[in-house]
Design a protein around this ligand. Structure first.
Ligand SMILES: C[S@@+](CC[C@H](N)C(=O)[O-])C[C@H]1O[C@@H](n2cnc3c(N)ncnc32)[C@H](O)[C@@H]1O
Length: 241
C-alpha cells in the first residue's frame, strides 16, 4: 500500500476538527478575521484557467505547450496535443520533466513554445525569472498565461501554502511589472485566482521595479486599481485576435 492510500485511510479515522487544516481554518476564523476577509470576488461564471489555456492552444497549428508547475496534472491532462508537443515541468509532482523551472530553461535553451502557462512556485522572484525565461523562448505571436495574479485577502497573498487551501503568493508583483513594461500587452481575467494573458510585441522589454520586494497585500489593493482586469468574454476575444 502506498503512502497516499495510508493517508487517505487515516483521514477517514480522524474527526475533521482534529485535522491541522480544519484546526487552522477555525483558528483563523476567530483570531485572524481581518486577514481572511476577501476584498473583492471573482466573476461568477463557468470558466476556469483550463478553458483559456485550451482556447490559446487551439490558435496554433502543431502547438508547442509548456507548463511550469504541474502538480496533479489537472490542466496538463486536458491539453489535447501529442506528447512530443507537451512539456510539463515540476520538481515534485506531475508533468514529464521532473526538475525546477530554472534547470529546465538552463538545459533546454534550444526549445521554443507557442503557449506557456506559468504556475510554479508562487513567489515573486521565481515567477519573475519564469516570466523572463519564458519571454525568451516564446515563438513570435505566442501567448504566456499566468495563474494567481489576483489574491483576494491578506492570507491568500502571504500565508504558506500548507496553512490554508488557496495560496496565490506575491506573483501579483510580476503583473505590476509587466503592466509597466515596454512593448508587451497584458490582460488579467477576473476568475480562478486571476489568470494573466501576455502577448509580446517587437523589441519587448521586461522592466523590474525595485520597490516591490517588500510590499504586500495593502499595496497590491492600490496597484490593482490600475491593472488591466477584464471579463471572460473579453479574454476570449483578446486571445483569439
Ligand atoms: C499550484 S501547483 C500547479 C498546478 C497546476 N498548474 C494546475 O493548474 O493544476 C504548483 C506546482 O509548482 C511546483 N513547483 C514548485 N517550485 C517549482 C519550481 N521551482 N519549478 C517548477 N515547478 C515548481 C510545485 O511542486 C507544485 O506542484
Amino acid at each position: 500500500m502506498n503512502i497516499e492510500k495510508i493517508k487517505a485511510y487515516l483521514k477517514l479515522l480522524v474527526p475533521p476538527i482534529l485535522l491541522p487544516v480544519y484546526f487552522s481554518k477555525l483558528y483563523n476564523r476567530f483570531f485572524n478575521r481581518d486577514k481572511i476577509i476577501h476584498h473583492f470576488e471573482y466573476e461568477s461564471n463557468f470558466y476556469s484557467r483550463h478553458a483559456f489555456i485550451n482556447r490559446a492552444i487551439s490558435k496554433y497549428k502543431d502547438c508547442k505547450y509548456l507548463e511550469i508547475g504541474v502538480f496533479n496534472n489537472s490542466v496538463f491532462n486536458t491539453i489535447p496535443l501529442k506528447m512530443k508537443n507537451k512539456f510539463g515541468v515540476d520538481p515534485i509532482k506531475g508533468g514529464n520533466f521532473k526538475m525546477t523551472s530554472d534547470d529546465f530553461f538552463h538545459q533546454n535553451k534550444h526549445l521554443k513554445f507557442d503557449v506557456i502557462f506559468i504556475d510554479g512556485l508562487h513567489e515573486y522572484e521565481q515567477c519573475q525569472r519564469d516570466c523572463i525565461n519564458s519571454m525568451k523562448c516564446l515563438n513570435d505571436g505566442g501567448i504566456i498565461l499566468f495563474h494567481d495574479l489576483l489574491p483576494r485577502s491578506f492570507f491568500e497573498e502571504k500565508e504558506l501554502q500548507n496553512k490554508q487551501s488557496s495560496w496565490s503568493g506575491d506573483v501579483w508583483k510580476v503583473a505590476v511589472e509587466l503592466n509597466n513594461s515596454k512593448n508587451v500587452e497584458l490582460k488579467i481575467i477576473n476568475i480562478d485566482h486571476g489568470i494573466g494573458i501576455l502577448k509580446l510585441k517587437k523589441d519587448f522589454q521586461y522592466i523590474k521595479m525595485d520597490n516591490l520586494k517588500n510590499e504586500s497585500f495593502n499595496e497590491f489593493l492600490e496597484y490593482k486599481k490600475k491593472l488591466p482586469i477584464i471579463s471572460s468574454e473579453e479574454a476570449f476575444e483578446f486571445i483569439s485576435k
